[in-house]
Design a protein around this ligand. Structure first.
Ligand SMILES: Nc1ncnc2c1ncn2[C@@H]1O[C@H](COP(=O)(O)OP(=O)(O)OP(=O)(O)O)[C@@H](O)[C@H]1O
Length: 229
């Protein structure tokens, strides 16, 4: 009987580096993520967390190494076509249309996916049920973030790429975020989160990206220097 090896990771970053503007932002990154896995990206401002997510989304290519999905290089255009349909991207830009209602802002994306029926439950789950028929321009920052999260649930793709998803959320909102991430992972979904704020994600791998610039001088460094002169 043939011996079966361990399952292929759904996503594998094999010695990946990435440059932007002629500078190396990510260097020799190796990560494998199986179904239900979570990766948390941390690091100082400018360390490359958003660049990592953009690269995973295919907006910028690795300058070395490969990103493999099911063992296939996503930079291959045939593979990318299928791979991008797996992705749900939540960025710092809200992409909310103010003149549409809260519900329409979710339904619009659901329609683009040829899906129906999940928008209202998603809006309600995110605590926006009473605002469903209000124009989105009425929403506060935190409510806008909740609307983005409602979209994530309604569209329901397997790989979530989340850039600072908890910014502007109150403590209940953060709990809801943690809940939807946990539920997504129970169904085999993958989550990659870039964050400065603590989010509880069970058994997540944490990748701390090194700072790209030397530490800024602190006040005490400056005072020490003044003492020496
Ligand atoms: N559009 C761009 N063109 C060229 N270089 C860029 C661009 N955006 C960012 N960079 C460079 O990439 C580096 C990493 O930026 P990135 O946005 O990935 O960091 P980050 O870790 O997400 O930062 P933050 O915590 O501030 O959100 C920056 O220092 C910047 O020099």
């Amino acid at each position: 009987m043939p011996v079966r090896g361990p399952p292929l990771p759904r996503l594998l970053l094999d010695n990946v580096s990435c440059m932007r503007n002629a500078q190396i932002i990510l260097r020799h990154v190796n990560v494998s993520i199986h179904d239900g896995g979570a990766l948390v990206l941390t690091g100082t401002n400018g360390s490359g967390k958003t660049t990592f997510l953009r690269m995973m989304a295919g907006f910028c290519r690795p300058t070395a190494g490969q990103i493999l999905w099911n063992g296939h290089d996503v930079s291959d255009s045939g593979v990318y076509h299928q791979y991008r349909l797996q992705l749900n991207w939540l960025s710092l830009k809200h992409a909310i249309t103010d003149k549409l209602t809260v519900l329409e802002n979710v339904q619009w994306f659901e329609l683009l996916e040829s899906k129906m029926g999940k928008s209202l439950p998603a809006v309600e789950l995110m605590g926006l049920g009473r605002l469903a028929n209000e124009k989105a321009r009425m929403l506060s920052m935190g409510q806008r973030k909740r609307l983005q999260l409602a979209r994530l649930i309604a569209i329901d793709r397997p790989i979530w790429l989340l850039d600072e998803p908890s910014i502007a959320l109150d403590s209940d909102g953060v709990k809801l975020l943690e809940y939807i991430i946990a539920e997504h992972r129970k169904r085999g979904g993958i989550v990659i989160v870039a964050t400065h704020l603590p989010i509880e994600i069970e058994d997540a791998m944490v990748l701390r990206l090194p700072p790209r610039f030397p530490r800024r001088m602190t006040l005490s460094d400056m005072l020490d220097r003044a003492d020496m002169s």
